[in-house]
Design a protein around this ligand. Structure first.
Ligand SMILES: Cc1ncc(COP(=O)(O)O)c(C=O)c1O
Length: 388
């Protein structure tokens, strides 16, 4: 018999989120939502405590990063990524999506090209529009029992006008954690073609088995490759504080950093006063909560993968190595648009694969109490059984 370690934190309670101004719940209130990437868990108690303290101060004027948040980022990068923070390289941001757009605006002017691999988090396929750049996409391929880069196709697609490569690692939606060898090879590909590697690592603290699939950050690249990199991180996914809006970029090269910063112009608001304090608490004191979260999510993942592959004819999934997002292949279901099918037949709000560049797939967010996840999965199964 397997006894799981006793949990200190509560991930089982279903908290009502309807009518709280939640994008996830209130965008289509008639549906049961398993789409956008935020979790249905109350954030870590240390974060709530830090926020309460900051709120009790009562003044919310313009904010800058205080010493505590910078030191907690330094500690986090040292402990988790084994890299030393150079504060001059650090840029605070109100979110990671605006940072992706900044990268495009900084480096893809005058109709230059931006490259990424699909399927991928939708803004990767849209930020080029902010600067009128051209988007080049290459599909990931399933080989060696995992999703990999298609190096040959990438070499064929790239041109001298391609200025940046947008990398998502760990990969949303495939759930892959790319290896050191893959990231180094990608950075060399970028260097060879004069591209900046923009590495979105927002999901890097949500890896199920860090021994088997360790995260290799672009921050760890050898200096000559790191020079051409922009690494973007945030505590927002892991500690479920996306609504507070905080992310940061680390850019080692002075001229790359200056161009990136200059692209801001007057387009970004000051960063939320509360966000800095939540980020500080997450990185400084949030590790025990994070570790239990991973345990909980791992069991959700295993339950979901078994359910989809054994109970849902026409659906299949390859077990994700990271994130709380399940990328489900519904091409054998025999419906035109699986997301619409599950919306109409099961009352579910799932993410439509089309938005990630791959029709025929849906993405299911399992960052929720297990009972809720199982209810969602049962609704999917019932819709499939009814159809047959
Ligand atoms: C890969 C990736 N990058 C960025 C974001 C969003 O970041 P932010 O809320 O900081 O804009 C998400 C959210 O799902 C994501 O999955």
């Amino acid at each position: 018999m397997h006894f799981s370690a006793r949990m200190i934190f509560d991930f089982d309670t279903v908290v009502r989120r309807r009518a709280t101004g939640s994008i996830k719940y209130d965008r289509k209130p008639a549906l049961d939502p398993f789409w956008v990437a935020d979790m249905d868990f109350v954030s870590a108690p240390v974060i709530l405590q830090a926020l309460h303290q900051r709120v009790d101060h009562g003044i919310f004027g313009y904010s800058q990063a205080h010493r505590g948040v910078i030191d907690s980022i330094r500690m986090y990068l040292g402990n988790r990524r084994k890299v030393e923070l150079d504060e001059d390289h650090l840029i605070h941001l109100g979110g990671l999506v605006p940072a992706l757009s900044l990268a495009a605006r900084a480096f893809c002017k005058d109709g230059a090209e931006l490259m990424t691999c699909t399927p991928v988090y939708p803004p990767f396929l849209n930020v080029h529009r902010d600067v009128g750049a051209k988007l080049l996409t290459v599909d990931h391929v399933f080989i060696n029992d995992r999703w990999e880069f298609d190096w040959e196709k990438m070499e064929q697609a790239v041109s001298e006008r391609t200025r940046i490569f947008l990398l998502c690692n760990p990969q949303n939606s495939l759930g892959r954690v790319f290896s050191q060898a893959e990231i180094v090879k990608l950075a060399e590909f970028c260097e060879r073609h004069g591209m900046i590697l923009v590495s979105d690592e927002i999901h890097c603290d949500l890896i199920f088995d860090e021994q088997a699939t360790p995260h290799y950050s672009a921050l760890e690249l050898p200096a000559h490759l790191a020079k051409l990199s922009i690494t973007m991180l945030s505590p927002s996914k892991t500690w479920n504080i996306a609504g507070l809006g905080y992310a940061f970029a680390i850019i080692p090269d002075d001229s790359v950093r200056r161009k990136f910063s200059a692209a801001r112009g007057h387009t970004l608001a000051e960063i939320n006063a509360l966000a800095y304090y939540a980020a500080e608490a997450a990185y400084k004191d949030g590790e025990s909560w994070r570790l239990e979260l991973i345990e909980y999510l791992r069991e959700n993942r295993d339950t979901l993968v078994k359910f989809i592959n054994h109970e849902c004819e026409g659906l299949s999934i390859h077990s994700p190595e990271a994130t709380y997002l399940a990328w489900i292949d519904a091409r054998q279901l025999g419906v035109d648009n699986p997301a619409n099918f599950f919306e109409q037949e099961a009352g579910l709000f799932l993410s439509d694969g089309v938005l990630f560049g791959w029709p025929g797939y849906v993405r299911f967010n399992f960052g929720c109490p297990r009972t809720r996840m199982l209810e969602g999965l049962e609704k999917m199964k019932a819709a499939i059984v009814k159809k047959r």
